[in-house]
Design a protein around this ligand. Structure first.
Ligand SMILES: NC(=O)c1ccc[n+]([C@@H]2O[C@H](COP(=O)([O-])OP(=O)(O)OC[C@H]3O[C@@H](n4cnc5c(N)ncnc54)[C@H](O)[C@@H]3O)[C@@H](O)[C@H]2O)c1
Ligand SMILES: [Zn+2]
Length: 352
C-alpha cells in the first residue's frame, strides 16, 4: 500500500514529503551528483549495515549531536568539512537524523552560498511527524534555546519508519506526544482514529505509522501554509507547549520535549475547564484515552514557581500576562495572553 506524498506550499519554495515503504530512495539519493551526506553518528552506527550501506564513505560527514552542540560552532565545523569536499554551489546536502541534525544542517543549507539544495531524512518520530515541515531552522546561543535561526525548507523530505525501530522508548514517545497534539487539534474524528491506532503505533506497525504521520503533516500544513512566518494561526500549534516548554527548562530537560508537551496539554485542558470553555467530560475523555496513554515516562518533580518564571521568559510571550493555547469544546483552539501567574501556579500545584 502506497501513502501519497504531500506538497507543502512555501513563500521560499514549495517542497514535498515522501512516505517510503522501502529503502530504494536511499539508493537513489546516494547516486546524486555533487552530494554530501551529513548523518547523526548514532543513526549511522545503528543503520550502516542496513539502509545506510548505500552511502559513499567519501561523501560522508558523521555528526555528533547534542543540545549543547546545536550552535554556531558546530555550523562552522560543518562549513569546513563540506568545503573540504570542494563542492560547488550546485551542492546537494543530504542530512539524516532527528530534530537537532535538522536544525544544524538546515541552518548550514540556508546560509552556505546563500542557500544550497537540501534533502532531509528524519529519523526520529518527532522529526517525522512534526519538525520536518515548517521551514524553521534553529540554533541555541549561550543559554537561549533556539534563539538564532532562519526560515529555509528542504526540497525533499523522505519519511521511512524503519529508522524508528532503534529509537529509545522515551524518544519514540516524544514523537507520539506531538502526534497526539496534532490529532486532537484536528477534531473529534481524528482524535478517535488516533485512540484506535495507538496499540499499532506502539507496536511500530509501518503502515499505521506512515498513515498517521501523513495525517500529522497534513494537519500541520493547514496551519503553516497560511502563516509560514508564525505571526497568527501558526501560534495555535503551541498547544501543550506553553506549560510544556517551561517544564522542560525548569526541570533541566529531565523530560523529553514531546512528553513535556503531553503534560502541557493536560494542564492547558485543566485551565480550559476552569475558564468554562471545555467541559469536564471532554477533558476527562481526552486525558484518559489520549494523553495518559501517550505519557510513558515518570514526570519529574515540577517546581511551580520556577516553571511559571520560565513561562514568562518564553520568547513567544509578548503580552503582560502569560500566553496559553487551550482546547475548547468542539475541538476549537483558543489563545489567551492574559493568564495570571497566580493562576498558572494553582494549575501546576493541582493533582491530576
Ligand atoms: N526546526 C523545527 O521546526 C523544530 C521543531 C521541533 C523541534 N525542533 C528541535 O528538534 C530537537 C529535538 O528533536 P529530536 O527529538 O528529533 O532530537 P534529536 O535529534 O536529539 O534525537 C534524539 C536522540 O535520538 C537519537 N536518534 C535519532 N534518530 C535515531 C534513530 N533512528 N535510532 C536511534 N537513535 C536515534 C539522536 O542521536 C538523539 O540521541 C530540539 O533541538 C528541538 O529544538 C526543531
Ligand atoms: Zn513541539
Amino acid at each position: 500500500m502506497r501513502v501519497e506524498p504531500i506538497i507543502i506550499k512555501s513563500n521560499i519554495k514549495n517542497y514535498t514529503a515522501y512516505f517510503e515503504g522501502n529503502d530504494e530512495f536511499l539508493k537513489k539519493l546516494s547516486q546524486l551528483e555533487n552530494s554530501v551526506f551529513v548523518v547523526d553518528e548514532k543513526v549511522y552506527n545503528l543503520h550502516k549495515d542496513d539502509c545506510l550501506k548505500y552511502i559513499n564513505q567519501d561523501r560522508l560527514i558523521i555528526l555528533q549531536i547534542s543540545e549543547e552542540r546545536k550552535n554556531i560552532d558546530t555550523v562552522c565545523e560543518l562549513y569546513e568539512k563540506i568545503m573540504a569536499f570542494a563542492p560547488r554551489k550546485n551542492l546537494n546536502l543530504i542530512s539524516i537524523g532527528g530534530g537537532i541534525t535538522q536544525d544544524l544542517t538546515g541552518f548550514v543549507a540556508s546560509s552556505l552560498y546563500r542557500g544550497v539544495n537540501w534533502i532531509f531524512v528524519p529519523t526520529t518520530l518527532l522529526a517525522q511527524v512534526d519538525s520536518c515541515i515548517g521551514a524553521k531552522t534553529s540554533l541555541n546561543f549561550k543559554h537561549f534555546k533556539n534563539l538564532v535561526g532562519t526560515f529555509y525548507p528542504p526540497t525533499e523530505i523522505h519519511i521511512y519508519p524503519e529508522f524508528l525501530k532503534t529509537l529509545t522508548r522515551e524518544d519514540f514517545y516524544s514523537g507520539v506526544g506531538e502526534m497526539a497534539k496534532l490529532h486532537i487539534m484536528n477534531g473529534e474524528e481524528d482524535t478517535k482514529i488516533f485512540i484506535k491506532s495507538l496499540p499499532l503505533i506502539d507496536k511500530l506497525d509501518s503502515i499505521t505509522l506512515l498513515e498517521r504521520t501523513q495525517n500529522c503533516l497534513k494537519i500541520k500544513k493547514s496551519y503553516i501554509e497560511d502563516d509560514e512566518f508564525d505571526t497568527g494561526k501558526r501560534n495555535m500549534l503551541n498547544y501543550g507547549h506553553c506549560f510544556g516548554h517551561a517544564i522542560e527548562s525548569s526541570t533541566n530537560f529531565a523530560i523529553s520535549h514531546g512528553q513535556a508537551v503531553v503534560v502541557g496539554m493536560i494542564l492547558a485542558n485543566k485551565e480550559a475547564v476552569k475558564q468554562g470553555i471545555l467541559s469536564t467530560e471532554n477533558e476527562e475523555f481526552i486525558r484518559k484515552n489520549v494523553l495518559e496513554p501517550s505519557l510513558v515516562v515518570k514526570v519529574p518533580a515540577i517546581n511551580p514557581e520556577k516553571t511559571v518564571e520560565a513561562m514568562g521568559q518564553d520568547k513567544k510571550n509578548l503580552g503582560k500576562g502569560l500566553a496559553l493555547v487551550m482546547l475548547a469544546n468542539n475541538y476549537q483552539m483558543v489563545k489567551i495572553t492574559d493568564l495570571q501567574k497566580e493562576e498558572a501556579i494553582r494549575i501546576l500545584e493541582e493533582k491530576w
